[in-house]
Design a protein around this ligand. Structure first.
Ligand code: SAM
Length: 286
């Protein structure tokens, strides 16, 4: 006779579920709507980092030790980024979107999932070079307060500049990329002038609402971590926050499911670069 009728034969899946419930109950972060396969992989990597045999052994440590919880939350929220990541996307933004944004009396941008700030300052550099930074406000948000703090500080290892310089040039940069940073020995820090138009906001896409009407939403490489239902919530949040005629940029590998039925207010401007616009009069004609 079996001990019980097991509903779930995969013990690791049970452990992942318990861990997510514990995070939600104890710290209020709800990651249950994230794409499970990649989330499970990242959580299982933590067993090697903490040198435990099973994920569930981390649950008590996480409940009683905020530093352990922060490590777990960091590993789920993945801040990987670069300046001018997917450089050709930024070239297109420079050439096609910024001149259009300039037709608005002011420019509010919501940049979602800022990680450590690389993408935020990429935007600031582009706006500065187009002469639009003073007219613009970038609201940059992330779920993770530790990343927001690092983004606000804007310091990176000097070694990373080389690859980023390449991206800047590919994105049509004609200035001196290094001049946007101050020398701090082994590190470089973004120049304070580039920070003046930026507001760093803690915002959780799982449960928070729209906080601003904007002309441009940049939400790149965030949806890939979410399961379908959460992706849909976020896309509606993005659409609701956009002024009519405003733009939405997603990550290059991010595709919108059921686009025609679910997002009649959006039209595709460039499917390769994943650029959308909120239609001006009501709904798009399909
Ligand atoms: C891979 S980074 C993307 C960085 C940048 N957008 C880029 O494309 O280079 C994903 C970011 O999304 C943030 N994130 C994950 N879940 C989130 C949520 N529920 N609400 C807001 N931000 C979230 C993470 O903390 C992380 O900084």
């Amino acid at each position: 006779m079996p001990l019980v009728k097991w509903k779930n034969h995969n013990t690791e899946d049970v452990e992942v579920g318990l861990m997510l419930n514990a995070l939600k109950e104890r710290y209020g972060y709800d990651f249950r709507g994230y794409a499970r396969a990649s989330l499970k992989r990242r959580l299982l990597e933590l067993t090697r980092y903490f040198e435990v045999a099973h994920l569930s052994e981390l649950i008590p440590a996480m409940l009683y030790d905020e530093a352990v919880a922060q490590t777990v939350i960091n590993s789920i929220s993945v801040p990987t980024s670069e300046f001018f990541r997917d450089a050709l996307v930024w070239k297109m933004i420079r050439q096609q979107v910024l001149p259009q944004l300039n037709t608005f009396p002011w420019i509010n941008i919501w940049q979602i999932g800022c990680g450590r700030g690389e993408e935020t300052y990429t935007l600031a550099i582009l706006l500065h070079e187009a002469g639009l930074l003073k007219k613009a406000r970038i609201f940059t948000s992330d779920i993770n307060p530790a990343f927001l703090e690092e983004a606000r500080a804007g310091c990176w290892s000097r070694r990373r500049l080389e690859g980023w310089r390449e991206g800047y040039l590919q994105a049509g940069g004609a200035g001196d990329f290094d001049s946007y940073f101050e020398d701090r020995g082994e590190e470089v820090a973004i120049r304070p002038e580039l920070k003046h138009s930026i507001e760093f906001v803690q915002h959780n896409l799982v449960e928070d609402e729209v906080f601003k009407e904007v002309q441009f939403v940049v939400c790149r490489n965030v949806l890939i971590y979410f399961a379908d239902e959460l992706q849909e919530r976020v896309l509606h949040l993005c659409t609701r926050s956009m002024e009519r005629g405003g733009y939405l940029l997603l990550g290059r590998s991010e595709r919108i499911m059921d686009f025609d039925e679910k997002y009649p207010e959006l039209e595709v401007l460039d499917s390769d670069f994943q650029l959308y616009r909120k239609v001006v009069g009501g709904e798009r004609h399909v």
